[in-house]
Design a protein around this ligand. Sequence first.
Ligand SMILES: [Zn+2]
Length: 375
Amino acid sequence: MCALLALAPTLSPAHAAGPAEVASADRASWPRPIDSPAGFDRASRAEILAFAHQLLRSEALDDAALAQRLRLKQVDRASVDKIRARWWRRLGDNYRLASRACAAREPMCAPAADTAALRALAAGFDAAPEPAFAAWHADAARFHRIYLDEQLRLAALFPRTSSEIDTYSAQELDGSELPDRQFLLTFDDGPTAPGGNTDKLLSALREHKLDATFFVLGQSLQRQVDAGPAGRTAQRYAGMCLASHGWEHQSHSRWPQWQDSVTRSSALIAAQAGASYVPLFRPPYGQRRADSGEFFRQHGLRVALWNIDSQDWNAKMTPADIQGRLLSLMLLWRHGTILFHDIHDKARVALPALLRQTRGAGIAWTPCRDYPGRD
Ligand SMILES: [Zn+2]
């Protein structure tokens, strides 16, 4: 998904229409603190069980019922099955990590050694384990049902419409390679004009001693390079990482000039960004061709997707909605790449609040230079 979705006439109507609802969580309903590693793990187990419960329930639907629920004409069954299997593996791994240090009689701590055991726990998670969790349970059931449908919709459309929901090879990155409790910040679609959202965000990140990877559009950067003094890009993004989001914001799975878009934008960014350049490419909307792997390999680039979408481009989402959604998804997936857009102003408000909320929780923000690390 991306900021300019509504402006992209080449997208299929099914994709352009998007999901009917966007998931945002009311974190105030969670009754326990998360300002310690144990607190983070407790809340993490809760989100895993809540999502797994919705996932399990969705598996009872046949193709026609699933298509109707997702507002699609048809679903790609093989893709949905593949993504569901991957989710169960990741949920199992995450649940085991989150329950390693369970105290005696701690709620939501029954062991789940394998997927069958986790499925059994998920099946029984149709009510709050204790009255104190009732308000959270009701909110989490709503959140995860909507979030699951967002993700199932992408799975049902893949590979006819490619997206971040799946990778074509291990060369493609989506944030799932990061270690437990580590998160990478990324910002797409910039740069905005000098003094605009990009610069405000850069200041906010530096204030919080954070860095991030900015996936910029070649066309926008070129305009600023032409208008500004030499060396401004390297200075502006000093300490950050800069990579390509293509020359123009178009689907790189259907655009005949997609290869030119990639090489031209990467060459410009490498020339202008100095030490900040990193050889990654993030396709607009996550859309790229299934057979593009060899091209990227030859050019020394890796496709970098994301696994945690802030939905900050969406007019329905306030900064508080984004903050709640992100915290629930960080607890659920426990690591990964977070997608923001620096052409919007919401991250500048949501991110500091998220930092305050997760202080002491034992999570780390991956330095952009360290990503993806060595194979
Ligand atoms: Zn974009």
